[in-house]
Design a protein around this ligand. Sequence first.
Ligand code: GLU
Length: 475
Amino acid sequence: MIRVRFAPSPTGPLHIGAARTSLFNWLFARHYQASFILRIEDTDVTRSSEEMTKGILDGLKWLGLDWDEGPIFQSKRLEIYRQKAEELVQNGHAYYCYCLPEEIQKRKGDALSEGLKYWEYDRLCQRLSKEEKERFENEGRPKAIRFLVPEGEIKYRDLIHGSISVDSKNIEDFVLLRRDRLPTYHLSVVVDDLEGRITHVIRGDDHISNTPKQILLYKAFGFEPPEFAHLALIIGPDKKKLSKRHGVTSVLQFKEDGYFPLAMVNFLAQMSWSPGEEERIYSIEEMIKGFSLDKLSKGSPIFDLTKLEWLNGQLISQMSSGELVSYVKEEFERENLWQDDLENERKEWFLKLLDLLKERSRTIKDFPLRARPYLYDDISYDPEGVEKYLKDEKLEELLPKLESDFEEMEDFSAPHIEEVLRKRAEREGVKAALFIHAVRMLVVGEPVSPGIFNVLELVGKEKTLERINKFKTIG
Ligand code: GLU
């Protein structure tokens, strides 16, 4: 039975890198109908907080990554880690270390000043006599437990990076249980992965250097280690590790910014892998079906916000206006633009407006601003657009003619508006674009908009005329 886990430390929100790690664990679990376990690694009490744990759970829920077991909190299992460390002392794989931090510092300092490049713990306490140990015990000196690193080569096959081998002489006798009786990460992670019968450890490749130590621990406990897959870390456009400096923090920030979880999941997955040839939104089912660790690329993917925007835009254009309405409403309310009749009397009209706006929208946040000119008459005119499209001298004479054409229309529908406008342009010997740009500026205040004839139909004849009429005051 395949079992995987996601094991965040709640010392910050669920950031993009961790979200991607959890997604790949989840896809792997769902692909193999395996179990996905959530474990909160909160033994570092000073840096962990309940608020961050909640943020992580909320982030996972928003992405739709449900877990089958947990959350297991390491802070509730401290006694177990202590017992396990003692067990390793009893069977000779670990030893008590009574050294004070300042003693260690001193020995290290002395050695380095004598020209040694690298110092590792000198096993002083492993060589203590029975009497010396008793003396420390009687003194009541706090003790740590250190792992006795055995000699030899540690080899494993990483499912992404291939064979990795490390000589154990480069690994010092690392601490398992600190003097304050708290476990180190190596101890708690191995104890929990063993107890959880984890078969595949899928995590960021910042942990690659930890793996040999953990493999030694598995063996010391008498078990074969699980499979390991270390995911390449996401980097920023400057090729540095992704961080707050890049303006990218919590996954939930993207929810705030108007992105959909399906777009986010596609974005996270497609940084290292694609379920198909095309660049598009894939359904969760497609992703689960096509997922395989060996298809993931080894190289570090670059965080590219434009790709996320594009994917989100794709998703928005595929959604029906009916599906969009509740999300959009929330944004309108936030911007104080919501009008209650948009859900009642003007519902049909509003759905048409959403259909029109969704083609060019990248996030839900784009809607309120773009919708404004359709809902309110106090248009703000883009100054560059005014310069470019409303300064042609001919407009003063021609616009009133177009206005009267519109005035006479009974059926103010897009195709009909187009016909009338083009005919007028032809008759006057000017390009239709002259009218189109000018009318767009006057009606929506922006040099770009969805198809202008649809826009005018939606704005309606009366308002269109009123707004064209303002030319005298603006142009
Ligand atoms: N708690 C570790 C972290 O947040 C993950 C440990 C692991 O996956 O082995 O980086």
